[in-house]
Design a protein. Sequence first.
Lengths: 663, 63
Amino acid sequence: MSADGASGRDGDRPTEPREPRGGRLMIRGLGVPSLFAAAYSAVGFSIYFALGVVADKGLGLTPLIFLAAGLLFGLTTLTYVEGGAMFRERGGSSTFARHAFNELVAFIAGWAILIDYLIVIALASLSVPHYLEPISGDFARPGWEIGLGTAVIVVISALNVLNITGRERQGSLTLLALADLGLQLAVIGVGALVVMHPDRLTAELDLFTDPSFRDIVYAAVVAMLAYAGIEAASDLAPEIEVSRKDLKRVASLGAIGVPLVYAGMAAIALMAVPVVGGPDGPQTALGNEFVEEPVLGIVSAFEPAWVADTMRWLVALIATPVLIWAASTSMLGVSRHIYTLAINRQIPSWLGKLDRRTATPYVAIVLSGLIAIGLIVPTNVKLLAGIYAFGATLAITIAHLSIIRLRITQPDRRRPFKIPGSFPWGHAELPLPSILAAILSGLAFLSVLAYHSTARWVGLGWMAFGLTFYVVYRKVFEGTTLTKRVSVTERALTKQVPEVEYSNILVPVFGTRFDDDIVATAGRLAAAEADTPKGSSSSHLDVIYVIEVPLTLPLDAKLPKEREEQARRALARAREVGEEYEDVEVTTEVLRARKVGAGILEAARRTNAEAIVIGGEPPTKIRGGGVLGGIGAAKPEEIGAATEYVLKKAPCKVLLTAPPEPE
Amino acid sequence: MSGERIYRGAVRTFSLAFVAIGLLVLVLTLVNGGGPASVGFLMGIAFLVVGVGRLWLSARMER
């Protein structure tokens, strides 16, 4: 999809999933370890701030409440995996609703989840200073708390704008995810040894009185905060490179393992920091003194003191980077989410505007950072958790309903992962787990409306603001209906490239800063072709990186790792940019040749390319350009000789593109 | 060490950790007088099942 262009064509075009290759779901980049790391980073951090809020209401029932919420999490995971594998687009519940219902429902889901992303950023950032308490108790004081939380948000915003998200360092992130899981298991294991007093769990328990039915329901709904990030995890759908079997394995283990670990931690928590009688009834310090840093509160209660001290440092050392990473992952999620809303013309396109150099939606990131900073200022974790529950239950309910409806409206659609436990209904098979989950999450949403007045009014206010904005924008500025999809920038594209139609384009990249412009140009041309009536299904971009091998070496000689790594990075980046364009399929390949130009031509012949899009020299402000040396100073080495060779000998059309003049 | 090897090693380690925690919780629950319907007993069994299940899956995948 194109990020630019201001208007487009109405129409709902179901996007067929691309065919699997080589028995894999997709060749995109995330294998099982990376998928685990990314998914655990999206889900496994929220216990660090959710435990206190849930224990505040759930009291001694907290472990069971986490298990009950885990059941809904498990069912929800199945729904998101079926939807994510089916559409392989970002957007989670909003994307499912777009395909199942219409743009309006998609917007409601997307807008609801938007505030959840922001709340997760705020909660994770706000928790960081509290988890640094072993280093200095001052960090948790009011001034420091907001200051450090703001600093975290500023840093992650800057990193996301600069596209330094650490996603390329999958090994380190996998280790951090494993350390996170290890810490949580250590809390359970050590806790079982030093604070095993099961009687404490039930000491102040009086079912439906302490906690009351209302508090149990509320705690169970807020416990979904512990599973925050399922939307962010579902955003990985387009990047997954795993077999169906691996996907099932990771999803099912996550759905069982995460709630079990959380319930285990909750049990240890309530034995370490038990519920005690208070003037206002039974309460636990987890919901008061330690509400911002419940895990630190648990280990602080361990005995003997050296165990507590060791565990406190361990928690500080692991929880802090995990929370910062989680905030960054959520910022990445919110930026992608806003971008998706923008390119579907659900919000003004300038909100999803991409930075020319880094191709990140910087407006979305800066705005999200500012709102997240605003959310941490009241330092009210319980309020944020309530609002989170509003958005999560609404979006998750829509996600389940969408998957159910898609089973009816598109029964024959290819589903790489199908939720087990379906029953026949006419021509369709309805997924029983999703139906059950839709009922549960729908009731959970109603309970938030009934039991949490602040979340009710803030949540409804947020939705009312968004819907008003949406109606005005669609009706007044876009001049279209509320329900139809407007995503293809046909008018803008045809104005620029009225007669150009290429469905198979070869794009050589060189790992330079001009690559984005080159791939974006090719993407627009390919997307324009895919949009024309005769443009059947998708257009194709073959992105290649040619490694020049000197004659002194055989072509298949072992080359320095750096060169292959550079090629891999350049192609990964090119794929990201190319796939921004709807209906454009991107394949990438590293080639070896004696000369870059010859390699490009060989690839063009082999792939029957209709056109080669290649980078030209960037323009210069120096009058006389190359004559006076202006071009030569800025151009990369590959551009020039290789371009000239391709221009002279290409078997097809060559489109020379150059980035705009630097400002 | 490759990411895949680290991951496989971690899977085994954590599966064993799940088993160990399950056994520990079971024993401590029984020592403290907890019965088969107690939270500790059920949680111990659950940890044990997940740990053993993951080890079994891991072994089957490598065969």
